[in-house]
Design a protein around this ligand. Structure first.
Ligand code: G3I
Length: 369
């Protein structure tokens, strides 16, 4: 009798342990909690919690946030002697309130500069600007913003340095200076170089050379941000994997910082297409204005699944995967490279419903480990 009781106890225990460890996962952040952060980019309205439904989706699905626009220099530093932190304070408070990993985007970027910055013409003035700008912003959020895109998009497609206002005034030393200033302002913050298309061979070689140079000159680079503005067919998984391996071989973390996948035709891919031609309102260039056909929906789901499968294979090298937006309605890809189209690049649709792409990402992690 005693033996039977012990046997029953053992069977029940095994069943109980199995059931509780095989708990069904229901959200992206829970599913991937042991692998890497799952982030999203917030618009100003989302930071201000203007829509309850959007807000509850953000809190449910994501554990890392980036500001899509409001921390760019034209907003935080509109005049030489004037900073505006009203929205970035709210952004950081939002992340803290919801126990999210907070990423800063971005400190040194040639685009979305305040007009006064574009007029800086000599090295003394530019050095003073960089010191003031980086020190003020990074110190303000010291210990709260956990990682920064210190330099954003410094490279051309062929891997050479972009002729920005920073390069023109300071030469390539500006890259080293930026990382040194950021480290000084918050020694514990993780510092990233962030760019698009740096999974492509030529640009990747440029990014690797750039990161090596900064490190050799004494700058602290903790990671590379591969933006991940991708398409259904490209880049290949092979190039993405090579990139993960080659960047992490530099002793840095790899983050996918602005992930989205366009399903629309690109004017540059059309033979003989003149990019300056006006494609706005063209049905050919906006093929799914109302709904995405099932066949394309399935392709998008398969593409996301294969990408996340690769990310999981290299989870030890990946710190964060951030989608560039919460849902399709908000995506910048509705207005670029052609204004006013309907694109479907994210896992949540225009009504905040999850798409087959979402299910395919979740399916890779059926159970909580
Ligand atoms: O705020 C105005 C609004 O008042 C006005 O009604 C509207 C009319 O078009 O424009 C609004 O500003 C737009 C802003 O996004 C906010 O939606 C700007 O025109 C538009 O240029 C701006 O685009 C942003 C873009 O960066 C600027 O370069 C996108 O939202 C943002 O997603 C995009 O993000 C960049 C990353 O920072 C860096 N990597 C590439 C990525 C995609 O371009």
């Amino acid at each position: 009798m005693k033996f039977i009781n012990l046997y029953l106890l053992a069977v029940t225990t095994i069943l109980f342990v199995n059931c509780s460890s095989k708990q069904e996962v229901t959200t992206l952040k829970d599913a991937y909690k042991n692998d890497f952060y799952i982030g999203t980019a917030l618009s100003a309205d989302q930071i201000e919690e203007k829509n309850i439904k959007v807000d509850s989706l953000i809190q449910k699905e994501f554990n890392a946030i980036t500001a899509e626009n409001i921390m760019k220099s034209m907003f935080t530093h509109p005049q030489k002697d004037k900073y505006d932190f009203a929205l970035s304070d709210k952004f950081v408070a939002y992340g803290e309130k919801n126990k999210m990993f907070i990423h800063g985007h971005t400190l040194i970027w040639h685009s979305q500069l305040a007009p006064w910055m574009e007029k800086i013409a000599d090295s003394t003035e530019m050095k003073a600007f960089m010191k003031d700008h980086i020190t003020t912003i990074v110190s303000k959020y010291k210990g709260r913003i956990k990682s920064w895109d210190v330099v954003n998009e410094a490279l051309n497609e062929d891997g050479t340095l972009r002729k920005s206002v920073f390069l023109n005034t300071l030469g390539e030393q500006y890259l080293v200076d930026a990382f040194k200033l950021a480290e000084k302002a918050d020694p514990k913050a993780e510092l990233y170089y962030n760019d698009y298309n740096i999974e492509e061979p030529a640009k990747r070689a440029g990014a690797i050379a750039l990161i090596k140079k900064i490190k050799e000159a004494g700058g602290k680079v903790d990671g590379v941000g591969i933006q991940g503005h991708w398409r259904l067919q490209s880049p290949s998984l092979e190039e993405i994997e090579k990139s993960i391996l080659e960047y992490s071989a530099l002793g840095i973390k790899v983050a996918f910082t602005e992930l989205d996948i366009t399903v629309l035709p690109n004017p540059w891919d059309l033979k003989g297409a003149d990019v300056n031609q006006n494609f706005e309102g063209s049905a050919k260039m906006n093929p799914y204005p109302k709904t995405l056909p099932d066949s394309v929906q399935t392709q998008l789901a398969a593409r996301y699944a294969s990408i996340f499968k690769l990310f999981l294979k290299h989870k030890d090298k990946i710190s964060r995967v951030t989608f560039w937006g919460v849902y399709d309605k908000q995506s910048w890809l509705n207005d670029w490279p052609i204004k006013g189209r309907t694109n479907y690049p994210l896992p949540f649709d225009v009504n905040l419903e999850h798409k087959p792409a979402y299910d395919s990402i979740l399916k890779l992690k059926k159970t909580v480990e």
